[in-house]
Design a protein around this ligand. Structure first.
Ligand code: IPM
Ligand code: MN
Length: 351
């Protein structure tokens, strides 16, 4: 029997609830699909930081390298550890060290979920560059603590990273509806985004079957709200993609539905699957976190591991649950009730 080794990092706050929920669903689908998921849990989190002074051990990356995939809940507990410390100590180093350069976020309405728009329907796949750009971490502060203090945060765009993310986007567009939106701001950012546009045109030449349009980030933000059905694959830099995918989450009914995959397409290291949402301290411990985003991310993990049928079964189960109104209204159904409903749907779909 095929066994996939999964590193589980529940992290902070609701991260634990949603990871437990997704793991129970994934175990159910594995048991009824003829493969095994072997999970190893790591307590790396802000609580771990308080005990050890680190978000993960020094050899954390090397430990994770041996796994087939990583399922992560949420990182951050700002009341105790500044976000700039916790994120740079766990989530962001994993994305970079494992060259998870494609951050993929699907935005569509599950059946029965209305969302805030009057849109008939939409199906957007946002692909965010995940290793550099505005989040490179290059920069520094000088004259610290004085009136003359300066902070510099330098965005880094390399030909290698821009070209590979666009190419990845074109491949996805080709496999979907053949439309690609390249997100730019070259009217104002005359170095990095002019470069991005040039590379978009260069890569587009290899994909004559894909219809490509460049949109400025401000214009596409409005378009995602006014005409989301006009978009298919959207490729963006790290910061632009971060912001656009929160809009994507909002139009699909909220962060409780927004899944994401940090993919290393070359498979030289494990990929990581996590909901877009964070640790949600305001609802942590209340048992009402919506686990759907993490379950959906788990389906993306199965897909990446080659368990395509199992991934499709999880998505069908999620859809059948939302279709009867379970988990569609924030806070109405408990995490456990939603999880049990998804598991019941999976079990009854077995044959
Ligand atoms: C996300 C999050 C992270 C990001 C934060 C927590 C660093 O907002 O995954 O979208 O910006 O990548
Ligand atoms: Mn974000």
């Amino acid at each position: 029997m095929n066994t996939h080794k999964i590193a589980l990092i529940p992290g902070d706050g609701i991260g634990r609830d949603v990871t437990n929920a997704a793991w129970a669903v994934l175990q159910t689908v594995a048991n009824t699909s003829g493969f095994a998921l072997e999970g190893t849990e790591f307590p790396w989190s802000c609580a771990f930081y308080k005990q050890t002074g680190r978000m993960m051990p020094e050899d954390g990356i090397e430990t994770l390298r041996g796994f087939d995939a990583i399922l992560l809940g949420a990182v951050g507990w700002p009341a105790e550890v500044p976000d700039s410390v916790s994120l740079h100590g766990l989530l962001l180093p994993i994305r970079k060290a494992f060259v998870q350069y494609a951050n993929i976020r699907p935005h569509r309405l599950l059946p029965g979920v209305e969302g805030p728009l009057k849109a008939e329907g939409f199906d957007i796949l946002c692909i965010r560059e995940n290793t550099e750009g505005e989040y490179s971490g290059a920069g520094g502060r000088v004259h610290q603590g004085t009136e003359d203090e300066v902070a510099v945060e330098t965005a880094i765009f390399t030909r290698t990273a821009v070209e590979r993310i666009l190419r990845f986007g074109f491949e996805q567009a080709r496999a979907r509806r053949g439309k690609l939106a390249s997100v730019t701001k070259s009217n104002a950012q005359k170095h990095s985004m002019v470069f991005w546009d040039e590379i978009t045109r260069k890569v587009a030449a290899d994909y004559p079957d894909v219809e490509v349009t460049s949109y400025h980030v401000d214009a596409i933000s409005a378009r995602m709200i006014m005409a989301p059905e006009s978009l298919d694959v959207v490729v963006a830099s790290n910061l632009f993609g971060d912001i656009l995918t929160d809009i994507g989450a909002a139009i699909q009914g909220g962060l409780g539905f927004a899944a994401s995959a940090n993919i290393n397409p070359g498979r030289s290291a494990p990929s990581m699957f996590e909901p877009v949402h964070g640790s949600a301290p305001d609802i942590a411990g209340k048992g009402i976190a919506n686990p759907m985003a993490t379950i959906w991310s788990g389906a993306m993990m199965l897909d990446h591991l080659g368990e395509k049928d199992a991934a499709a079964r999880v998505m069908a189960a999620l859809s059948s649950v939302t279709a009867i109104g379970i988990g569609t209204v924030p806070g109405k159904d408990s995490t456990d009730a939603i999880t049990a409903a998804v598991i019941a749907a999976l079990t009854s779909s077995k044959d």
